[in-house]
Ligand binder design. Structure first.
Ligand code: HEM
Length: 142
């Protein structure tokens, strides 16, 4: 079960990365102002990110990489999954959510700028918080 969930969690990262790149390069219409063109990519990205967080929180209680045993902070892998991965992703989520809420309360001409600024910051935090294989935690690319 843990392995299926970890694989799904790992694969979804790539869909999220593609969605972030798309949100960052595309100019978006503000769905609040023009409901006829309602393809709200920033919202879909936020929703998929929320699902990833829920999956991550379930994994948090199942994973052998999460531990509160004495001395776990001295082990880079345990420290990463127990503290750093979780904290980084929650900060990224708060930044995204703030950007999305702000963007809905602004005039059309500033919509893109707000979304892009907040989503870019969140994206960079996410990239830094992903357990990439080259970080030596024994996690795969997919
Ligand atoms: C609060 C949010 C999150 C929590 C609590 C969380 C928790 C975890 C845990 C406990 C693991 C270790 C799984 C294992 O031992 O097999 C893990 C692995 C991983 N997480 Fe997260 N995660 C979160 C969000 C995210 C997000 C948003 C992404 C990507 C955008 C992500 C990408 C990954 C990847 C790539 C792995 C490696 C999976 C593997 O070993 O196959 N996580 N996460």
């Amino acid at each position: 079960m843990e392995s299926i969930l970890a694989h799904t969690h790992s694969g979804i990262r790539w869909i999220l990365i593609l969605m972030f790149i798309f949100v960052l390069i595309k100019n978006h219409n503000n769905p609040a102002e023009d409901p006829r063109k309602k393809i709200d990519w920033p919202l879909y990205t936020l929703i998929l990110f929320s699902l990833q967080i829920i999956m991550g929180l379930i994994l948090y209680f199942m994973s052998h990489n999460v531990s509160f045993e004495p001395g776990f902070m001295k082990d880079a892998r345990l420290r990463f999954f127990t503290i750093e991965h979780l904290t980084g992703m929650i900060i990224a989520f708060v930044v995204m959510l703030t950007g999305y809420i702000k963007s809905r309360r602004t005039i059309m001409s500033r919509w893109n700028k707000i979304i892009k600024t907040y989503y870019l910051i969140a994206f960079l935090i996410i990239l830094l918080s992903i357990p990439w294989p080259f970080r030596g935690f024994g996690t795969p690319w997919f």
